[in-house]
Design a protein around this ligand. Sequence first.
Ligand SMILES: Nc1ncnc2c1ncn2[C@@H]1O[C@H](COP(=O)(O)OP(=O)(O)OP(=O)(O)O)[C@@H](O)[C@H]1O
Length: 391
Amino acid sequence: MAALLLLNRVSRTTSSISLHRVAGALGFDSLNAQIHGGRISGTLFRVRSLATLAEGASRFDEMVSVNQRKFYLLGGKGGVGKTSCAASLAVKFASHGHPTIVVSTDPAHSLSDSFSQDLSGGVLKPVQGVDSPLLALEITPEIMKDEIKRQTGDKSVKNMMDSMGLGMFAGELGDLNLEDMLNAASPGIDEIAAISKVLQFMEAPEYSRFTRIVFDTAPTGHTLRLLSLPDFYDSSISKITKLKKKITAAASAFKSVFGKKEIQQQELPNELDQLKERMEKVRNVFRDANTTEFVIVTIPTVMAINESSRLHASLRKENVPVHRLIVNQLLPQSESDCKFCSMRRKEQTRVLGLIQNDTELSGLKLIQSPLLDAEIRGVPALKFMGDLIWK
Ligand SMILES: Nc1ncnc2c1ncn2[C@@H]1O[C@H](COP(=O)(O)OP(=O)(O)OP(=O)(O)O)[C@@H](O)[C@H]1O
């Protein structure tokens, strides 16, 4: 309390870094503080004794050393700490000089809560309180849907056929709209929106300076659909392209019989081919060990470990590179355990043993992340957590 009173007297221009120093001087390890109109509110963390627990090194040096752009996807079961780990990684990358973007593909966003800043609205927003540029985006499917519509325009198959002079065949195919096709594929607009954003980051020059892109993904099921989506569209688009070619060939023959000029292949609309190419690009990025890594986040319970094992099996099948497993919310060491704590600790030790014997998980780099004594909110707290996990 005394510490907070003292901190409240710190000037309104005080940065989060100097607040960290103040916290350190007071004998605390970190400070989760926000400055609102000169008033400081927040939590002091006294968890120095826990630091030894995060023994499993993440080899952050490997993650940070390469200058070329890298994508990190953090995923796992609901509520295990995906957002906290993803946000702390993004902050750490930015602190190491990498212009970074952190994106939430989870429809139930919590990036704003995690950073304790308003990052909503479906557009990239700068995160305050970080040294290098760090932008955050909570993908909002409704906004993305409009964006996709704007980008693709009205690309119905009927319109394409009309422009090819084949309108009379269109009725047989029905009004097969490209956007409807994308929606009808059932993986959901959330995943489509995420893929569309990945493409933008890959292609638009204004994002080329961002060397780290961190994804806070939705719980397991959604994420697996996201990763398999490019393959799904690739095969659907291939089918439609083949159909389009067949119709064009038939129409050319039909027109030449009636003495009309043949349709030139190069005059045909090629949006589908372009879309197919772009989907291939995303698919390749997700599978490229030089550019992408999926980090599985879990907690030390049998249910979470089982789900992580299944997740890794699916990612392996999809050829998505995975090297690291974060076990989050491990009870910190304590000299005087209550009965409850000692039972939980025993159980957690048993579960860590299960990981070592799990054929899917045992080969991954294990990162142990302690359960902290306060909620992780705000950049200083994320920096603190990041220093425990990413080292
Ligand atoms: N190591 C930790 N110590 C203390 N609290 C933690 C820790 N990790 C996460 N939390 C807290 O647990 C809650 C859930 O964390 P978070 O939002 O990161 O999980 P999530 O997996 O992204 O959840 P969801 O699946 O709902 O998106 C938050 O309140 C967060 O501050």
